[in-house]
Design a protein around this ligand. Structure first.
Ligand SMILES: Nc1nc2c(c(=O)[nH]1)N[C@H]1C(S)=C(S)[C@@H](COP(=O)(O)OP(=O)(O)OC[C@H]3O[C@@H](n4cnc5c(=O)[nH]c(N)nc54)[C@H](O)[C@@H]3O)O[C@H]1N2
Ligand SMILES: Nc1nc2c(c(=O)[nH]1)N[C@H]1C(S)=C(S)[C@@H](COP(=O)(O)OP(=O)(O)OC[C@H]3O[C@@H](n4cnc5c(=O)[nH]c(N)nc54)[C@H](O)[C@@H]3O)O[C@H]1N2
Ligand code: SF4
Ligand SMILES: [Mo]
Length: 652
């Protein structure tokens, strides 16, 4: 039996695994030497390979003929797609074409995808990173210099305080729970800011049940309290930051009384929060409860607290709980308005031309959310490992948009909702069937080794993209190791990594230089200083707010977990607080219609004291949910998945 090292295909913890292979994967065990997972796995990680053997894997290219799909050869599919692309770019220009990739793909595939798009002449490239943590990447880059966590999860137990905002570690990043347990044993205080009493909140010394969308008011009031009582790090602020006077002025109107009224959290608890962070040794960490509710402004207001308390370098920092296995990597490599090498300008286009042998266009393209949810002239879309029909907000609008395309190509291992609308569906190999690297939430890059062959005619995405590129007249390297070296040449933060280090599962292969913590002496901003950014709390809407969240046994649109026996694929209940249930005359099991400005869904009520009053909760894994979630976008074009005002009506 062969033992092959790999990385779990699901969440951003990126646990190291060992696949036991005898022409097929027979079982999976933790890779004990992996520095972050340290020999642990969660339940769905342990069974993750089962989905790859599901009976309904796609095994040959498919072409739509009227209302059905017919099998075609790879040659036919690629030739026809290329012909259609040439026709579309000739008639409407290259900007009529878009390539959007998922975050279960490797760095090399994502890199190749954007290269093919740019060779065609379009910057319409993006990934699912847009919808979870683009607000984080944007705020981190502008205020600290690098759009990633500054400190490793390994450092959590060494801290005095860990602040967790809008993130359910026990559901979404379960293997990190080991650090919470260890931290508690060592006396670290844990503060959880979440409207729900999550499993993670049960670890907390202090749980602030904020009203959804009010985190900015909370953080600004805490800052004001710290400044007024001289509890902030004056020396750090003077030497290492800029923008403090404007920030201090901005937060000065955020009194505790006001924060109490807006957030619904008692003043004493807010004061306790302030005191717990006014020390050295604090990590500020967050998930989607911040980005998909308050957007970039929410993240800015939290990073401000880290700057104010001087918690950087060995003393603390920021952790963003990135979602998918390679979402940090996809976010680093592919954006429609930035090149991997840096800002989208002539100078960088020239630099890229030297490596790529073609000059990429410099006109910014459209994000995936703009392409699907706002008016535009795109006529051909490629989706690689992405199921936007189920995962984007306002499903009805997305469906209309996809149906209007002249060319929709989906590369996936399964017939997803999105694939079912495609003109061509191309069968992709999955993680165990190919090789390549992924970046986890800790900036740790690891290589997945190939364990088995893909089924039927399925192929790795790098081969599919390579075939398409050749048919379009571009001769690009497609071997993952060559792609990795090519990628490093144009992606400065990855330039110091070596294949040897990322292939060694015990090595500290973190970018940029293997640091467990960044910004010990200076920030990576142009001035070397951390930048305060004051933002106001936005208006809070009235009515019931629907939050859509995760469950530990299911993964995103359930395409993979739905194919692991015993996991996933059931309808989401509507979780309602007991007092709201009483007010609405609802009991457990009652059927209700939940409706918003965008649409409505049916659900069965589950009365739950874990839910804050005036909020209701559904699991995002249920495909119906995005019929009701609306498509408001923040400054970074990320959807506000966690803030839809809804009406609830009992079905009679
Ligand atoms: N089991 C499992 N794990 C996953 C995934 C999965 O589908 N299943 N998906 C992966 C992906 S893609 C991602 S991005 C991550 C996401 O991981 P998380 O960030 O944990 O995602 P959610 O559960 O969607 O939302 C987190 C929390 O935000 C809270 N929240 C909602 N609104 C607010 C608010 O206004 N303020 C505050 N402070 N909190 C709020 C919710 O109550 C919820 O507990 O998980 C990854 N891991
Ligand atoms: N209402 C609501 N909606 C949400 C969210 C929410 O909190 N609430 N969260 C959002 C977030 S954070 C995210 S990240 C998105 C996730 O949205 P998506 O990324 O669209 O969802 P996934 O289910 O992860 O789909 C990934 C697809 O990739 C395929 N795949 C896996 N491996 C490979 C591979 O190697 N190659 C190829 N070609 N395909 C592969 C899988 O079969 C699957 O179909 O959902 C978003 N949608
Ligand atoms: S915690 Fe995340 S990466 Fe680790 S085994 Fe579970 S799903 Fe996989
Ligand atoms: Mo995500």
């Amino acid at each position: 039996m062969q033992v092959v090292k790999s990385v779990c295909p699901f969440c951003g913890v990126g646990c190291g695994v060992e696949l036991y292979v005898n022409s097929r994967v027979l079982r999976l065990s933790p890779a004990r030497e992996h520095p972050v997972s340290r020999g642990h796995l969660c339940g769905k990680g342990t069974l993750s390979y089962e989905a790859t053997y599901s009976w309904d894997r796609l095994t040959s290219p498919l072409k739509r003929v009227k209302d059905t799909f017919v099998r075609v050869s790879w040659e036919e599919a690629i030739r026809e797609i290329a012909e259609k692309l040439k026709e579309i770019t000739k008639t409407y220009g290259p900007e009529a074409v878009a390539f959007y990739g998922g975050c279960q793909n490797t760095l090399e595939e994502t890199y190749l995808m954007q290269k093919v798009a740019r060779a065609l002449g379009t910057n319409n490239v993006d990934s699912c990173a847009r919808v979870c943590h683009e607000p984080s990447a944007m705020a981190l880059k502008e205020m600290l210099g690098i759009g990633a966590s500054s400190i490793s999860a390994e450092m959590i137990p060494l801290m005095k305080t860990l602040v967790i905002v809008g993130e359910s570690i026990t559901e979404s990043h379960p293997v990190l729970s080991q650090y919470l347990t260890e931290a508690r044993q060592r006396g670290t205080k844990i503060v959880v800011v979440d409207p729900r009493t999550t499993g993670t909140a049960k670890f907390a010394d202090l749980h602030l049940s904020v009203r959804p969308g009010t985190d900015v008011a909370l953080f600004n009031a805490v800052a004001n309290y710290l400044i007024k009582n001289s509890l902030y790090d004056r020396e750090f602020v003077e030497k290492r930051t800029e923008g403090f006077p404007e920030y201090a002025k901005g937060v000065s109107k955020y009194a505790l009384e006001y924060a109490e009224e807006v957030t619904g959290v008692e003043r004493e608890k807010i004061e306790e929060f302030a005191r717990l962070i006014s020390v050295k040794g604090v990590i500020f960490s967050w998930g989607l409860g911040l980005t998909q509710s308050s957007g970039v402004d929410g993240v800015r207001a939290l990073i401000d607290l880290a700057l104010l308390t001087g918690n950087f370098g060995r003393y603390g920092g920021v952790i963003v709980y990135r979602g998918q296995t390679n979402v940090q990597g996809s976010g680093d490599l592919v954006k429609p308005n930035v090149f991997p090498i840096g800002p989208m300008n002539e100078e960088n286009a020239e630099k890229l031309a030297k490596v790529w042998d073609f000059k990429p266009p410099t006109k910014p393209g459209l994000t995936v959310t703009e392409a699907l949810l706002r008016d535009n002239d795109i006529r051909a879309m490629f989706f690689m490992g992405f199921n936007p029909l189920a995962s984007m907000p306002n499903r009805r609008k997305v469906e209309e948009r996809l149906r209007k395309l002249d060319l929709l190509v989906v590369m996936d291992a399964f017939m997803t909702d999105t694939a079912s609308l495609a003109h061509y569906v191309l069968p992709s190999a999955v993680w165990t069937e190919k090789e390549g690297s992924v970046t986890n939430l800790d900036r740790l890059v690891k290589w997945r080794f190939k364990a088995v062959d893909p089924p039927g005619e399925a192929k790795p995405d790098y081969e599919i993209l390579g075939m398409l590129a050749r048919e379009l007249g571009f001769n690009f390297a497609t071997d993952p190791k060559l792609l990795f070296e090519d990628m490093k040449k144009v992606t400065p933060i990855y330039s110091n990594l070596t294949l040897d280090s990322i292939m060694d599962y015990s090595a500290n292969s973190r970018y940029p230089n293997g640091e467990l913590y960044l910004y010990e002496e200076k920030f990576h901003t142009p001035s070397g200083k951390g930048k305060f950014e004051f933002r106001e709390q936005r208006e809070v809407k009235k009515g019931y707010v629907l939050l859509t969240v995760r469950n530990v046994t299911r993964y995103n649109t359930d395409v993979l977990t739905g194919r692991i026996p015993g996991f996933g694929m059931y309808e989401s209940p509507l979780l309602v607080n007991p007092s709201d249930a009483k007010g609405l005359g609802l009991r457990d099991g009652d059927e209700v219609i939940v409706s918003s400005e965008c649409g409505s869904v049916r659900a069965k009520v589950r009365v739950s004291s874990e839910v804050l009053n005036s909020t209701v909760v559904m699991y995002m894994h249920d495909k119906k949910v995005n019929y009701v979630v609306c498509d408001e976008l923040d400054e970074s074009k990320a959807p506000r998945y966690k803030y839809t005002v809804v009406e609830i009506r009992k079905k009679v």
